[in-house]
Design a protein around this ligand. Sequence first.
Ligand code: SAH
Length: 228
Amino acid sequence: MVARQARLNPSPCFHGMGISALRIRDRLIQRLRDEGIQNSRVLEVMREVPRHLFVEEALASRAYENTALPIGHGQTISQPYIVARMSELLLEHGPLDTVLEIGTGSGYQTAILAPLVNRLYSVERIAPLLEQAKLRLRELGRRNVRFKYSDGGVGLPEYAPFDAILVTAAPEGIPRALVYQLRMGGQMVLPVGSRDLQALVRVTRTEEGYEHEILERVMFVPLLGGVE
Ligand code: SAH
């Protein structure tokens, strides 16, 4: 518990920030509340993590807008609302011990989720994105994350079972391999669908297989096979 408190200590992230920069972040948090995000720990971490460090300098002035932004290699950093929503959905049924994230990208979602869970594995198939994300997370002092360069479509069977799985790229259907890496009762939140029609889905592993809830319309890059 003490370690978790320490990770939430905002001082390293707020270091050197002016009042106007804090206001810009507060405005984003208000916007997330207005859009229905309620989990106060999620909101607290979203306020603390400097999103401008996760985008190229040329886009830094837009980092606190509630939009997805390009991060190179044809990929995007997720919209803050969706990062908050997916984190909130995963945490709804109590604390999480071991979590798998598929699609590290910029590492922004990783940085939000890490202080909210005990141990996080994050998988990415584009090596330069993974390397950059690792550096950012190290800079922020997130020490409970292990990064893996691999095809997340097959999960990480060697570290299963997971309490929760978060997928930040869209497969066309629910990947069975991932469902079976959840512990019984564990949950996976992911976008499912084609490039232009996707829904956010929460899957719960049950004795019979799995149940799923369709939550809202979303737009993610596709989950691709293999590594680059
Ligand atoms: N949450 C990230 C979103 C990045 S976009 C952020 O906020 O920055 C989705 C990421 O999923 C991309 O980096 C893409 O390369 C990655 N991805 C797509 N298919 C994958 C797969 N099969 N395994 C691992 N990562 C994958």
